[in-house]
Each structure stands twice: as C-alpha cells, then as structure tokens.
Design a protein around this ligand. Structure first.
Ligand SMILES: [Zn+2]
Ligand SMILES: [Zn+2]
Length: 54
C-alpha cells in the first residue's frame, strides 16, 4: 500500500512505523507521516482545513 507522507511529500510503501490519524482539527482528513518525519518532528498540514501541527 503506497501512502504519501504529508510532511515530506514522498510516496513510500507504508511500513510499521508509519503513523496515520485523523486531523485533530477537522477530524475528516487522514494525516499520514513517515518514520523520519515523526523522528525529526516535522510539521504536518491538513489538506482539508489547513491545520498545522507537530
Ligand atoms: Zn515524511
Ligand atoms: Zn483538518
């Protein structure tokens, strides 16, 4: 399954360390982040409401 990391924008096969959750702001958009972005604490941005978070 190929997913796109919303932080760094790369398309990578999802592995165990990927995190996926609903946007805490609007609760509609799925936020996907790769292990690298999680480690370095890159921000993500919701594609729906524009919410940015760590
Ligand atoms: Zn990433
Ligand atoms: Zn949102």
């Amino acid at each position: 399954m190929i997913m796109k990391c919303v932080s760094c924008g790369i398309n990578v096969e999802v592995q165990n360390n990927w995190v996926q959750f609903k946007c805490p702001s609007c609760g509609e958009s799925e936020v996907v982040r790769c292990e690298k972005c999680k480690l370095v604490g890159n921000t993500y941005k919701c594609g729906k409401c524009g919410f940015e978070g760590p």
